[in-house]
Every structure is written in C-alpha cells, then in structure tokens.
Design a binder for this molecule. Sequence first.
Ligand code: HEC
Ligand code: HEC
Ligand code: HEC
Ligand code: HEC
Ligand code: HEC
Ligand code: HEC
Ligand code: HEC
Ligand code: HEC
Ligand code: HEC
Length: 491
Amino acid sequence: MVALASSASLAGGGDQVFHLTAHGSQTTGVSRLSSIPRGHCMQCHPTRQTPTPGTPTLFTANDNGLCFTCHVSAGTSQVYAGQTAFVSASHATATTMRWPGPVPAARPAGDSGKCVNCHTPHGARDGQGLVPNLEFFREEALCLACHDGSGPASTNIAAEVTKVRAHPVTTIAGVHRTNEGTVSASFGTASRHAECSDCHNPHAARAGAVLSGTTRVQVTNGAAGTVPAYTALPASNTTAVKEYELCFKCHSSWTTRPAGQTDLAMVFNPANESFHPVEGPGRNVTSTMSNSLDGGTGLPHLSTNSVITCADCHNNDAMPRNVSLVSTYTGAVPSGPHGSTVTTPSSGALLRAPYRATLKPRSTTNDFTLEEFSLCFICHASGPFRTTSSGTRIDTSFRYHGMHLNSINTKGSGAGDINTPGAGMGNAICRECHFNTHGTRGAVVSGNQTYAKGVNFSPNIQGPGGVGQPQWTPGSCRLRCHGQNHSPENY
Ligand code: HEC
Ligand code: HEC
Ligand code: HEC
Ligand code: HEC
Ligand code: HEC
Ligand code: HEC
Ligand code: HEC
Ligand code: HEC
Ligand code: HEC
C-alpha cells in the first residue's frame, strides 16, 4: 500500500496536508466555535494533541455523532446525502464494517460503521498528492482494501475487476470527479472511465439496493427508433434506481461513446419493433415465445411479461446458470457487471456465460455445443437448437434453428469473419441472424432496423445472389449465406 502522511507528523506542526483539505481551509474549513479561526485543530480538539496515535481529546465522543455535528445534511456534491440516508446504508449498519489495517492501523470492534473507516478528518497524502475527499486511499484502492476477499466485506470484488474482461476500474485512474455525475462530458471521449463510485454510493448502498444514491440518466421515450429525452438525476434523488438508468450514464447518446458502440437508450425503447425487455415488457406475446422462455436453465422461468436487467446478461461468469434474474440471487457469488473470464471465441462483452461471436470453420463433424451459446439458454429453451429435425415445434417459430446450428457444417467457403461480407463457413451461430442482441434498432444492416422477432443479420450475410441487403419477412428469407442462395426460402 501507498505510504500515508501520519497524524503524528500532522500534530508535530510540520505537516503540509491538513491545511490543504476541506477541513483545514482557513476560508471554508471547519468552524464550530466563532472564537477560534476557521480550519483550526481546536474546532475539534479542545486541547493540543499529543502527536501519537491514541485516544485524542475531542469536543464530543469519537463517533459518527461528531461528524454529524457539521454533516447532518448533504455534502456539496450530494454524494454524501446526509445523516438520515447514511444510517441505513450497509456501511453504517454492518457490524463487520471496519478498517482492516495494517495502514492505517486496524480499527477495534466498537468502530463498526464509522465514517473514520474510510475518511480521515486530517487528510492523507500519497505519491500523487492530496487524496480527495479526506479519504485514506483514492478511487478503488479504498473499496478494495475491504472488498478483496480478505475481509471484512463478504464480497471479493478485487478478483472481479481484474478479470480478463472488466469495467476499467483498475486500469483508468485519475479521471473520476466526485461532482461529475450530472455532466454528460464527464463520461465520454477522453474522460471515459468507470470507478466503483460511479456505480455505487458508499453512503447509501445496502443489500437489495446496491445502486441507491448514484447519479443516473432517466429517459422519456418517443417514437420507435428515436433518441429519448434525457434527465440527469443527482445523487440526492431518492426515487428507486432502475439499473439501466445508471448504465445510460455511459452507454447511451447522453454522452459520447467509443466508435462502434450502440446508443443503448435508443435501442431499448419499448416503442421499438423488437428488443430484449429491459425498460419494459417485450412485444412478442406468441405462445412459442412463452414456451421458449419456459425452458431456460434459469429459475424462475420468464414469461412474455418479464422485464430483465442488463446484469442478467452482463455479470460475473461464476453466477450460477440456474438463476434467471440475478436480482433474486442471494448466494455467495458477487453479482454485478464487474468482470468476467468469458472471452474469445465467445463475445468478450462482460457476459455471465459464453455466447459464441466468431464464425465456425467448415467441419466434417457436427461441432455444435450447448455450452458455446449457454448465455441464451439461461432464459430460452435449448430444445429447438440441439435437434437436427426440422419438424415444427411449440417452442420456436423458426423450425430450421436446429438445422442451421447442427447440419450445415460442410457448407460455405467464403469469409471466416462475421464482420466481413462473404459466404461464411460451417455451422451457423446465433449472431448471424440475431446480430444485435439488444434490439433490432441496433442492426448494422440498415434495412433490418425495423424487423420484429429479434431478426437482424450480420455483415457476412449478403442479399439474394450476393447483391444488396439480406431480407426477412415472417416466414421467409431472401439472402445468400454459407454459399446458399435463399430467393426466397420459406419456413
Ligand atoms: C474535523 C475535526 C478535527 C479537526 C479539525 C482536527 N482533528 Fe484531530 N482528530 C479528529 C478525530 C475525529 C480524531 C480521531 C480519529 C480516529 O479515531 O481515527 C482525531 C485524532 C487526532 C490525533 C490522534 C492521532 C490520530 O490520528 O488518531 C491527533 C494527534 C490529532 N487528531 C491532531 C490534530 C491536529 C494537530 C489537528 C490540526 C492540524 C487536528 N487534529 C484537527 C478530529 C479532528
Ligand atoms: C466542525 C465542523 C465539522 C466536523 C466536526 C466535521 N466536518 Fe467534515 N467538513 C466540514 C466543512 C466545513 C467541510 C467543507 C465544506 C463541505 O464540504 O461541506 C467539510 C468537508 C468534509 C468532507 C469533504 C471533503 C472534500 O474534500 O470535499 C468530508 C469527506 C468530511 N468533511 C468528512 C468528515 C468526517 C468523516 C467527519 C467526522 C470524523 C467530519 N467531516 C467532521 C466541517 C466539519
Ligand atoms: C465506505 C466508505 C465511506 C464511508 C463509511 C463514508 N464515506 Fe464519505 N465518501 C466516501 C467516498 C469514496 C467519497 C467520494 C465519492 C466520489 O468520489 O464519488 C466520499 C465523499 C464524502 C463527502 C463529499 C461528497 C459530497 O457530497 O460533497 C462527504 C461530505 C462525506 N463523504 C462525508 C461522510 C460522512 C460524514 C460519513 C459518515 C457519516 C461518511 N462520509 C462515510 C466513502 C465513505
Ligand atoms: C472498511 C471496509 C470497507 C470499505 C473501505 C468499503 N466497504 Fe463496502 N462494505 C463493507 C462491508 C463490511 C459491507 C457489508 C456487506 C458485506 O459484508 O459484504 C459492505 C457493503 C457494500 C455494498 C452493499 C452490498 C451489501 O450486500 O450490503 C456495496 C455496494 C459496497 N460495500 C461498495 C463499496 C464501495 C464502492 C466502496 C468504496 C467507495 C466500499 N464498499 C468500501 C466494507 C467496506
Ligand atoms: C461511469 C461510466 C460507466 C457506467 C455507469 C457503466 N459503464 Fe459499462 N463501460 C464503461 C467503460 C469506460 C467501458 C470500457 C469500454 C468503453 O469505453 O465503452 C465499459 C464497458 C462495458 C461493457 C463491455 C463492452 C465491450 O465492448 O466489451 C459492458 C457490457 C458494459 N460496460 C455494461 C455496463 C452495464 C450493464 C452498466 C450498468 C449496470 C454499465 N456498463 C455502466 C463505463 C461505464
Ligand atoms: C439478453 C442479454 C443482454 C441484455 C439484457 C443486455 N445485453 Fe448488452 N450485450 C449482450 C451480448 C450477447 C453482447 C455481445 C454480442 C453482441 O454484440 O450482440 C452485448 C454487448 C454489449 C455492449 C458492447 C457492444 C455494444 O452494443 O455497444 C455493451 C456496452 C452492452 N452490451 C451494454 C448493455 C447494457 C448497458 C444493457 C442494459 C441497458 C445491456 N447490455 C443488456 C447481451 C445483453
Ligand atoms: C459499471 C458499474 C459498476 C462498477 C464500476 C462497479 N459496480 Fe459493483 N455492482 C454494479 C451492479 C449493477 C451491481 C448489482 C448487480 C445485481 O443486480 O445483482 C453491483 C453489485 C455490487 C456489490 C454487491 C454484490 C453482491 O453480490 O451482493 C458490491 C459489494 C459491489 N458491487 C462493489 C463494487 C466495488 C467495490 C466496485 C469497485 C471495485 C464496484 N462494485 C464497481 C455495478 C458496478
Ligand atoms: C439462420 C438464422 C437463425 C439463426 C442462426 C438463429 N436464429 Fe433465432 N430466429 C431466426 C428467425 C428467422 C426467427 C423468427 C421466427 C419467426 O417468428 O418467424 C428466430 C427467432 C428466435 C427466437 C424467438 C422465439 C422463437 O424461437 O420463435 C429466439 C429466442 C431465438 N431465435 C434464439 C436464437 C438463438 C439462441 C440462436 C443461436 C443458438 C438462434 N436463434 C440462431 C433465425 C435464426
Ligand atoms: C435473462 C434472460 C434472457 C437471456 C439471457 C436471453 N434472453 Fe432472449 N429474451 C428474453 C425474454 C424475456 C424475451 C421475450 C421478449 C418478448 O416477449 O418480446 C426474449 C426474446 C428474445 C428474442 C425474440 C425477440 C422478439 O422481439 O420477438 C430473441 C431472438 C432472443 N430473445 C434471442 C436471444 C439470444 C440470441 C440470447 C443469447 C445471446 C438471449 N436471447 C438471451 C430473455 C432473455
């Protein structure tokens, strides 16, 4: 760990930190007694302190009541939402919540839930200078001191954010600002980052409401395919947090996203033709859809009325696959889109289970496995896909699903890359016909953006005869793929 300026050097008078902090400022710092200058030690200590750790003399007991003397209401950024909000947070109520040490020293049992487990009233300094917000350590280093598997927190988030695919918590430093939350430019282009405090408020998070008190972006949707109107909500907003509102802070057109990333607020608009039901229930209310949802590995089985979250697909790879809605999960695996080991040939988009994204080679044996698309089978029956029969079924409206996944392995000779126009090779993968998983308004083939049923083709699928765009209408496809012309093929 980084060396910190100690309180001992502080009390010795030569320290350069306290007077730089919000507490030590002579113009805006602590002021409880008008007889003593602002920002003076004696606003809190009635007598001069011995420059050694021990039992300091303070104007009141050394507990949160001391801090609440001046911090009963919200801080300037409203990230600290005041005494009432804090006392119901996990960090206030957990009897195990105390600094583990060794630097600064571990706190005794009676100190659980105190502000001083994360903050020092005197300020701290590390190799980069003053640590912001009177914290002991900056950014994730503070959180991971306790959430690293060695206690006191029960969840090891350190192991998550260092997985091969992860939010860039540990890889981008020095960009996060406490007061940035409602400013869209804070999250785009050169400012792009994701710290623990961008997604959690340590003064408000609690079991069952881990996103409580975060800044987020509410949407008011318009017509299909349009960008919604945005309202940025401050940390002090106490309405229930919808997870996607948090994600839209960085993954929607409210801010500037990296090239190629979809505007997810536009794609998930429930007025669209087809989408995974994140903002509201989906539009496919057929019995085949309900039968598909009735056969997933995850419980409870979903229905055509279900609403799911981003984290139901983007989560820890250790999240058990017999769980459909992760918000109902109470086991020991840390839930959240922190990190995942799932990577090529699967998509590496921080997924909780594999979802093959690279095309398959031609093969003399059928190389289909349930595992390579297991993300989808958490919620959808796998029956239609593992069969080689093209007979009609009650759990799919596309009876050729199994054929495409199992028995076209010797077809094609063209492009081996799903992003390259060409004939393709081997058995099909879901992504060739459902390229954008989120919704068809995110289709790369412009003519597919108004399609229903999740159908939107990948760049390697061509128009009929290799000309123009691939087309679908319910029951019929006009396209060329894996060397096969469909002009049309009906089902
Ligand atoms: C905002 C109130 C506040 C101000 C201002 C303040 N202190 Fe403290 N001080 C505390 C609290 C609270 C503790 C106990 C901290 C703990 O339990 O970790 C403390 C503890 C100490 C200790 C004991 C060692 C330690 O770190 O626990 C010393 C020494 C000390 N303060 C010196 C000073 C000096 C010198 C100044 C001015 C340069 C100062 N303090 C300003 C609140 C304050
Ligand atoms: C005597 C009044 C007083 C006491 C007691 C006090 N504070 Fe403060 N605190 C202030 C003032 C004034 C500021 C600066 C204005 C603001 O941010 O609200 C401040 C700011 C802060 C900040 C924001 C720092 C920043 O860089 O913006 C934190 C964090 C903080 N205090 C934590 C604590 C904790 C923890 C305690 C108890 C150990 C405590 N304070 C006790 C008056 C006090
Ligand atoms: C689990 C660690 C943790 C605990 C416990 C904690 N804080 Fe904080 N606090 C933080 C972090 C981290 C930040 C900076 C958040 C950010 O950058 O978004 C912060 C920021 C603040 C701020 C400045 C933000 C603002 O709204 O202006 C204040 C004031 C504050 N804390 C006061 C307190 C007080 C008072 C307590 C106890 C009643 C407390 N904190 C307990 C971690 C903690
Ligand atoms: C001093 C130790 C400590 C620090 C520092 C700390 N936490 Fe915690 N945190 C805990 C404990 C203990 C719990 C209670 C639940 C548990 O044991 O896992 C908790 C709970 C939480 C929860 C709610 C989950 C639940 O089930 O209660 C979230 C979210 C969280 N912490 C995030 C953070 C973030 C973000 C930071 C840094 C800003 C942070 N923590 C810093 C110890 C800590
Ligand atoms: C504070 C900003 C921020 C927030 C909030 C945020 N993300 Fe991210 N996310 C990022 C950054 C930065 C990356 C790295 C790639 C990039 O710049 O988009 C990323 C990457 C991802 C990726 C991987 C994308 C890929 O191409 O591999 C997924 C999936 C993702 N985030 C999902 C989510 C979900 C789900 C939420 C809401 C629970 C969320 N994010 C909230 C900033 C954020
Ligand atoms: C039904 C599962 C599912 C849900 C729900 C879902 N995603 Fe995804 N997401 C995926 C898959 C699969 C990929 C990668 C394959 C692809 O590109 O289609 C992906 C890719 C991404 C990417 C990188 C590519 C891109 O489109 O920009 C981001 C960022 C992302 N998701 C964020 C989110 C956010 C935020 C939410 C919620 C608002 C969400 N996802 C909901 C399955 C899902
Ligand atoms: C991109 C946003 C994002 C970032 C960054 C992020 N988290 Fe989370 N975290 C979430 C979401 C969303 C959940 C809740 C998932 C769910 O619905 O179960 C969560 C859940 C948690 C939980 C509760 C886990 C459980 O199973 O009880 C803890 C603790 C936690 N996060 C701590 C952290 C810490 C510490 C960091 C930084 C090292 C961090 N998070 C970074 C979004 C994020
Ligand atoms: C060759 C193209 C193609 C491939 C490959 C494909 N699908 Fe489909 N899928 C379709 C078509 C076309 C429909 C729409 C059927 C209708 O309603 O007319 C569909 C519909 C669906 C539906 C809606 C329910 C249903 O079955 O009617 C789900 C769920 C689905 N597909 C999942 C998948 C999964 C998971 C994969 C990969 C394991 C996959 N699909 C691969 C073409 C494909
Ligand atoms: C967490 C659960 C969940 C996961 C995981 C999931 N889906 Fe879905 N999916 C649903 C639900 C719920 C619906 C029903 C929406 C409706 O009724 O319109 C749905 C509908 C669909 C549809 C039909 C959309 C329409 O408008 O008719 C397709 C296609 C589809 N999913 C493909 C996939 C693929 C491919 C995967 C794997 C990448 C996947 N799903 C993973 C829950 C999930």
